[in-house]
Ligand binder design. Structure first.
Ligand code: ADP
Length: 328
C-alpha cells in the first residue's frame, strides 16, 4: 500500500478546554514546520471547519504560549457537525485549502466527530486526548488533568483550613462530568473522609452512619469530595440529604467550578502535550489514520478512535477501600 504523503495539515481544539492545549498546538505546529508541512489553525473546533474560519500558522504564531491556559485556537461545540451536510461543508473548506491531514485535540465527543469525518472523507484524523476529566480509554494520561486536579487540591486545602477552624462538614464538588478521577485524586490528596464518584455506587446509609459515628466521637470536621455527575445529584442535593438526617451538622457546600479549567498548565501537562503533539504529526507522516495518540506505561500508545470513545478508564476499587481506612 502506498502512503499518500500529507503536505498541509490542520489543527483544532474542540469541546471542553483543558490547560495544556496550547502546548499541544505549539508542538503540532513546530513539528509540522520541521517536516516542511504547511500548517493551518482551525478556529473554534469544528465550527471553524464548517464556517471556513481557518488561518495559516507559522513558527511565530505559537511563540510564548506553552505556559498559557485556554487555547489560542478557541474551542466550541458545533451542532452542524453532527449532520452529514455540516461535515461535507467542512470537508470542502479543507479541500479548498489543500489540507490533507487533521489533528484534533479534544475529548470523547470530539473524537466521535473525528471518527465519522475520517470514515466519510479522505482526510486522515489523529486525536490527542485533551480533557480535564481523564475519561478516555487508551491513555493513562490526558492533557489538562494534572493541572485541573492540582487546582482542585490547592482550593480544597484552603477550604480545609476554614473547615477545621469551625468544626464544619464541607461538601466540595469538583468537575468531571460522569468521570470521578478529579474527585478521587483530589479527595485522596486532601485527606477527604468520603469521596463520591459516579463509577462506584455509594451506600448513603453507610455514609450517614459514618458521619453520625464521627459526630459521636467529636470528629466533627468532615470533608466530602463529590464528582459533579454523582448519583445523588450535585453537592447541594447531597447537603440536603445529610442535613435532613443529621440536623446538628454544620454543613457547607463549595462548588469549585470553572477555576479547574483555567490557569497555567503544570509541567506534567506541558510535557504530555509536547510529546503527544510531536507524535500526532509523525503519525500523519507515516500514514496513520483514525487513531488517538496516548501514553500507556510511559510509552506512546495508539488506540483506534472508536475504542478510545467506547471504553472508559476503569477506576481501581482498591482506592475506595484505602480512602475509608485512612479517613478513620
Ligand atoms: P468533548 O470533546 O469535550 O467531549 P463534546 O462532546 O461537546 O466535547 O464534542 C465536541 C464537538 O464534537 C461537538 O460539539 C460536535 O461538533 C462534535 N461531535 C460530538 N459528537 C459527535 C458525533 N457523534 N458526530 C459528529 N460530531 C460530533
Amino acid at each position: 500500500m502506498t502512503i499518500k504523503k500529507v503536505t498541509k495539515i490542520g489543527v483544532l481544539t474542540s469541546g471542553g478546554d483543558a490547560p495544556g492545549m496550547n502546548a499541544a498546538i505549539r508542538a503540532v505546529v513546530r513539528t509540522a514546520i520541521f517536516h516542511d508541512l504547511e500548517v493551518f489553525g482551525i478556529m473554534r473546533g469544528y465550527a471553524g471547519m464548517v464556517e471556513n474560519d481557518i488561518q495559516e500558522l507559522n513558527s511565530r504564531s505559537v511563540a510564548n504560549i506553552i505556559q498559557r491556559g485556554g487555547t489560542i485556537l478557541k474551542t466550541a461545540r458545533c451542532t452542524e457537525f453532527y449532520e452529514y451536510e455540516g461535515r461535507l461543508k467542512a470537508y470542502n473548506n479543507l479541500k479548498e485549502k489543500g489540507i490533507d491531514g487533521l489533528v484534533i485535540i479534544g475529548g470523547d465527543g470530539s473524537f466521535k466527530g473525528a471518527q465519522r469525518f475520517s470514515n466519510e472523507f479522505d482526510i486522515p484524523c489523529i486525536g490527542l486526548p485533551g480533557t480535564i476529566d481523564k475519561d478516555i480509554a487508551g491513555s493513562d494520561v490526558t492533557i489538562g488533568f494534572d493541572t485541573a486536579v492540582n487546582t482542585a487540591v490547592e482550593a480544597i486545602d484552603k477550604i480545609r483550613d476554614t473547615m477545621d477552624a469551625h468544626d464544619r462538614l464541607f461538601i466540595v464538588e469538583v468537575m468531571g462530568r460522569d468521570a470521578g478521577y478529579i474527585a478521587l485524586h483530589s479527595g485522596i490528596a486532601t485527606g477527604a473522609e468520603n469521596i463520591l464518584i459516579p463509577e462506584t455506587k455509594t451506600d448513603i446509609e453507610d455514609l450517614i452512619f459514618s458521619l453520625t459515628e464521627k459526630e459521636k466521637r467529636k470528629k466533627l470536621v468532615n470533608l466530602i469530595v463529590v464528582a459533579e455527575g454523582g448519583e445523588y445529584g450535585d453537592a447541594n442535593e447531597l447537603a440536603k440529604i445529610i442535613k435532613a438526617r443529621i440536623p446538628s451538622a454544620d454543613t457547607r457546600v463549595c462548588i469549585l467550578g470553572h477555576i479547574q479549567r483555567g490557569g497555567a498548565p503544570s509541567c506534567e501537562d506541558r510535557l504530555i502535550a509536547s510529546h503527544m503533539g510531536y507524535y500526532a504529526v509523525e503519525s500523519l507522516l507515516i500514514g496513520r489514520n483514525n487513531v488517538m495518540v496516548g501514553v500507556v506505561n510511559n510509552k506512546i500508545h495508539y488506540t483506534p478512535l472508536d475504542k478510545a470513545v467506547k471504553q472508559k478508564q476503569k477506576i481501581g476499587q482498591e482506592w475506595m477501600k484505602i480512602v475509608k481506612i485512612l479517613a478513620s
